[in-house]
Design a protein around this ligand. Structure first.
Ligand code: APR
Length: 309
């Protein structure tokens, strides 16, 4: 059986950490591509040398040449700017829209059969830009946000209850930002509903901390944004695709009427397998959850309408 080929566009913090996690799971051979030549080759070489000390012997290459991504099974896009102090959301959106367009024009030519996972923010909007540029079937274009936001919520729940994070099940819907929709009603701790273990006030505090989870890390890091958990969230999705696992994970997927939403990428529960998003999983929401989800949809749609593509 041939090994899978995984290309990562953007070899900065998130991209190179993705490569690290992918290597540690032996998921395939890796191409790490960046517009800036030098550091990306250095990181790839460092990672390659680290495999002398692991059980695996992957091929990993750092490059600035798109020819190297030819025939990739999966393309992970982390290229872009992170938000710097004083930069508005709209400014970031304009800058990263251009970057995603340039990147996706290359991906369309060189890796036409790939499943593409977008990480660049603003996530839901950049996934839309990628899909428009790639012109791939929508099931092969997926945004990473829900896995990360759910992981953050699980971490806060585990810290509060002093239990193993592994025994917590939870998922997050909606856009990746302040309007994300957490569903404590469907969070379980070893099978027990969270609502039976914590007060409403305590749960609300965890929900609020999760919504600001990215910002909390940004303010502590001083420069840049989170990368360990974001990168492993991507790898969890990539593994589901590469191994055709049919996992149920919250991802930004293109909606064609599911959840009463059309023509927009939104965070929903998806079945991920070899084909990408093989199914959008629907379930009944309470009136309050529906309202919060619709507010999140409106926020993302407003941003998408500002695009000039
Ligand atoms: N083509 C390829 N790479 C590019 C391009 C481009 N057109 N433009 C920028 N890059 C590269 C940069 O050179 C840089 O190495 O993208 C990389 C981004 O890396 P970092 O600045 O370290 O940012 P990172 O923390 O990895 O975040 C990347 O993921 O979580 C999101 O909000 C985050 O949008 C951001 C993205």
């Amino acid at each position: 059986m041939s090994r899978s080929k995984i290309s990562i566009i953007g070899g900065g913090f998130v991209g190179s950490t993705c490569a690290h996690w992918l290597l540690s799971r032996d998921l395939g051979d890796i191409v790490l591509l960046d517009i800036a030549e030098g550091p990306v080759q250095g990181r790839a070489l460092d990672l390659l040398q680290s495999s002398a000390l692991s059980r695996f012997n992957p091929d990993i290459k750092g490059t600035a040449n798109y020819q190297d991504i030819q025939g990739s099974d999966i393309v992970i896009i982390t290229a872009g700017r992170t938000r710097s102090p004083g930069m508005s959301r709209d400014e970031l959106q304009n800058i990263n829209t251009e970057i995603i367009r340039q990147v996706c024009e290359q991906v369309r030519e060189r890796a036409p059969e790939a499943v593409v996972i977008i990480v660049t923010n603003p996530l839901d909007v950049m996934t839309y830009v990628a899909w428009k540029t790639l012109a791939f079937p929508s099931k092969r274009v997926i945004g990473m946000a829900g896995v990360l936001d759910s992981a953050r919520f699980k971490a806060f729940v585990a810290m509060k209850l002093k239990v193993s994070i592994q025994d917590i099940q939870a998922f997050v819907l909606g856009g990746h930002g302040d309007t994300m929709v957490l569903l404590p009603r469907l969070c379980h701790v070893g099978g027990i509903p969270l609502t039976e273990l914590l007060s409403k006030e305590d749960i609300e505090a965890l929900v609020e901390r999760t919504k600001k989870g990215g910002a909390e890390i940004v303010s502590l890091l001083k420069t840049g944004s989170a990368y360990y958990a974001p990168a492993l969230s991507v790898v969890e999705m990539a593994e589901a695709v590469l191994k055709d696992k049919k996992r149920i994970l919250p991802c930004a997927a293109f909606l064609k009427g599911e959840y009463d939403v059309k023509d927009l990428f939104m965070g929903v529960l998806c079945q991920l397998g070899a084909g990408g998003v093989e199914k959008v999983m629907e379930f009944s929401m309470t009136e309050a959850e529906k309202k919060a989800f619709q507010a999140s949809v409106s926020a993302v749609r407003t941003q998408v309408q500002k695009l000039n593509i």
